[in-house]
Design a protein around this ligand. Sequence first.
Ligand code: BTN
Length: 259
Amino acid sequence: MNEHDVRKSLSDLPLQGLRFFEQTSSTNDVALAWATDGALDLSLVCAEEQTRGRGRGSRHWLTPPGVALAFSLVLRPKPEEASSLPLFSALGALAVCEAVEALGLHPEIKWPNDVLLNQRKFCGVLADAVWLAEKADSVVLGIGVNVAPASVPPPDELNFPATCLESEAGRSLDRLSLLREIVSALLYWRALFSSDLFMLTWEQRLAFRGQLVEVRGEAGEGRIGQVEGLERDGSLRLCSPGGSTFTVQFGEVHLRPVV
Ligand code: BTN
């Protein structure tokens, strides 16, 4: 991918700005700086390679050159979106699912926002916000997709099994059209942000529904329950082995199946 091809491929989408890098530290960091500097809603930062890509919980996210997608979209929350900030990362996950389903694959969302194929992660979403006087002035929605096998980190760097799209599809894929399909789906779902359809589609795509999982918070405290679905605010609803319902809020939460 090069800047010319990316611009051409995205030219009919209503993006308000595009910055492309052969190599950068982190597209989220670049987009955050741009947002602080006045980037408009729907400004996109895209890189072939990241040297300091960030994952959730300060983890490192690997983006070697030419084998993955790494991009970040600056969104200026509209008044009706401002009360549902946690849903922005779900927006990214939903968009990736839609684009990947068009390849004939069956992606699922590991709550809140990892995207899986065959119970292995191929995509992560990181939403960062720029706050001004207790109001989110902008949200930077960063998406990383493992496309070719060389984008999959070595097993000792993983905290959940990983895969890539090409291994799952069994063929090589065009990263440019994938980028276009994801951004296009993102614009579609943004228009439906937090609607009943948005929530229902997210719920239907939840991985491990009906299965026993362990959810572990930042402090390391774990709880086991069967995944039931989503609450209206996007929290995850589970049923404990004793039969009582409990919910898990957004935050630094790790979810894995109990086998
Ligand atoms: C995760 O699963 O922990 C989230 C990973 C998010 C990675 C993407 S790649 C593009 C953007 N820039 C970053 O530094 N991180 C996000």
